[in-house]
Design a protein. Sequence first.
Length: 326
Amino acid sequence: MPRVVLFIWGLVAFAATAAAFSLVHPSISSLKPCSKNNLFAPQRNGFKHMTQSTTALNVVGGDIAGLASKALEVTASSLKSGPWGVAALSGISSVIVTAFTMIRQAYSFSVGYGFSIFGMGLYSLLSFSDAYNFGTFQGIKGSAAACLLMSTLFYGFRLGGFLLFREYTVKSKREQFKNLDKSPRLKRFPLALSVGIFYALLFCPTLYALRAGNLAGNLSKISFLGAGVAWFGAILEAVADAQKYVVKGSASDESTFVGPTGFTYKICRHPNYLGELIFWFGVFLGGAPSFGTQIVPWVSSGLGLFGIYSIMTGATKRLEGKQEEK
């Protein structure tokens, strides 16, 4: 039951965050002012007071719904053009990560990570649906930006779904995640917001590739190459994750398990981590031709790529240390 409540809270938080973003966006000036009804004026007639209060609530409810609708519209338009693209991505990502982080603190780096990438991809798909033919295979295949977007959708949904499945089928993972719930929920907001912004930086190349449309010449070839690299990395990580899950599940003693040794694990010690790095490098490569001389995409995407490289190399060293102890 608490998780259902938190899920509902997450939906409310999405609308609230989108509304907050819209307040600082220039186009918010097109919003109509709220009703000037005095909600706190004393009433002599109790029934009259109740009627006016109900009317006022309806007005406020309508204003909130209108504000939320406008915020979603502003977010979509910000993704398509203008200087607010990274901010819009950050808002989408942070809301998703925050909702999951309220359930489990560790979800900010796992399930929330995967589904925030998927969420940004899905929002981008809807926002750019009038500019691309996402409904057919030929339409997707003919556009490097569309191929890149599909790779992020696959990557995010697969990763988020796999991590949820693993948690609920592996008892040790459930206990590990539960033991990491050390901070009160309200104190998790800074963490959730910061990692949400980081995930937005990772997604930036895809956004700018969609904005640029279909490039020509060598730039188009580089974009297609990047999309292909991204797909390769996403599939490599998916296969390596599945292989490790199956092999580890059949191990007699999990405490002494040091990992698979065949198939993808013949490539390197941690092919799932390698696949993740290849995926994000491919995303960066696929989007870079669309950056041009713009500073924002170069800085944002560069920070995202550097950040994920630092995180994955650090995680590899920690995992190597744990396996050596076994």
